[in-house]
Write a protein that binds this ligand. Structure first.
Ligand code: ADP
Ligand code: MG
Length: 349
């Protein structure tokens, strides 16, 4: 009985393979959004529908950026930051909920992920301009105002209050994942059966490629980001990579990556890259940052507790480790049948 069932399924698959999948076309757009190289891909029989969905996805990402950016003075996040230590600020439900989820991830990760890390952003510059270590005093001072416990949410008025002057929040470690989720949702609602939203390595896929193959995702080699060092296939999955090799400060020959341990105020070391694989890009984005802070042992321990979340880590010693149940196909070499991959980390535009 079982045998026949399997045989039948195989026949169905074969029949499907003969249907003219050729009619599906792939539209793609690459552009700078949220200070990052975004790539939006839509697969559809209708070229115009695909292009419209991509444009709608872009508008959605721009809308989110204007709401959550800590750089744009007109954003609601900037209003919260300006009122730190003063008074609560009433914000849109969307931002309120993003902050609420961020606080939950802080709880889950013991504070390794913390949007209030941003109080330290005056101390560290990861754009190449920093040549000297800040004094211990300066670093110590910066962490006085970090602490997710000091972010108060007031549900009755949808208000957010940073309890101390000098506090600041920033969504650098979760915003791109959130935006990718939302753009994907919108494109799907517009009838796009498969596609990709890739924010320079924070990516979410749905469906399959136009030729019926899965999406192949290349994980960049932390030592040479132009090279792919491992391959994953993904279906309805987010694959998010945080690396210390993109934004960093080089001081006295040592590299300091852009992820800060909220407990010490110093950039973390130990891991070169963290890739999180799970169905939700926002969670994957935040967890990638958290695992970076937690380090190999604690990070793996956390990921192995979380159902449906997997990870791939590369340590400073170039050791590669994965979580217990990495279900996706993992290839050391590019599968012969694979078309060009989606690079999981790239900054070129
Ligand atoms: P990428 O920008 O490479 O995707 P991440 O998602 O890990 O990397 O985000 C790193 C950014 O998150 C930093 O540039 C900074 O804006 C912010 N950040 C740094 N440390 C933390 C932290 N411990 N918790 C939350 N956000 C952080
Ligand atoms: Mg992140």
């Amino acid at each position: 009985m079982q045998f026949w069932l399997v045989a039948l399924l195989l026949v169905c698959n074969a029949a499907q393979a003969q249907t003219p999948a050729r009619e599906l076309k792939t539209q793609k757009k690459v552009l700078l959004l949220m200070g990052t190289r975004f790539e939006l891909v839509a697969v559809s029989e209708d070229e115009q529908q695909a292009n419209e969905a991509i444009e709608a996805g872009i508008t959605e990402i721009q809308r989110i950026e204007a709401l959550i950016s800590e750089w744009q003075p007109t954003s609601q996040t900037s209003a919260i930051n300006r009122s730190a230590g003063g008074m609560p600020v009433s914000v849109d439900e969307e931002l309120y909920e993003l902050i609420r989820r961020s606080l939950r991830i802080s709880e889950l990760t013991g504070g390794a992920f913390d949007i209030s890390w941003a109080a330290a952003d005056k101390v560290w510059k990861f754009d190449g301009s920093m040549k000297e270590m800040p004094s211990q005093e300066t670093v110590k001072n910066s962490i006085r105002h970090i602490g997710y416990h000091k972010i108060q949410l007031i549900p009755e008025t949808h208000s957010v209050f940073l309890k101390e002057e000098g506090m600041k929040i920033g969504f650098g470690a979760i915003g791109k994942g959130y935006a990718a989720n939302r753009a994907r949702d919108l494109m799907r609602r517009m009838g796009i059966q498969s596609g990709v939203v890739n924010a320079a390595g924070d990516l979410i896929t749905w469906g399959k490629q136009a030729d019926g193959q899965p999406w192949y995702i290349g994980i960049a080699d932390p030592a040479d980001k132009e090279k792919v060092f491992s391959w994953l296939t993904a279906d309805h999955t987010a694959v998010v990579t945080s690396g210390s090799y993109e934004k960093y400060a080089e001081i006295n020959g040592k590299r300091y990556g852009h992820i800060i341990d909220p407990r010490t105020g110093y950039p973390v070391s130990g891991l070169k890259s963290v890739t999180i694989i799970c169905p939700d890009a926002e969670l994957a984005d935040a967890l990638a940052t958290a695992v970076f802070v937690l380090g190999k042992e604690e990070g793996l321990y956390l990921v192995n507790q979380l159902k449906g979340v997997e990870c791939l880590l590369v340590t400073d010693e170039n050791e590669m480790v994965t979580s217990d149940q990495l279900h996706l196909h993992y290839y050391k070499n590019k599968p012969a049948s694979a078309k060009a991959p989606i690079p999981a980390k790239t900054s070129k535009i």
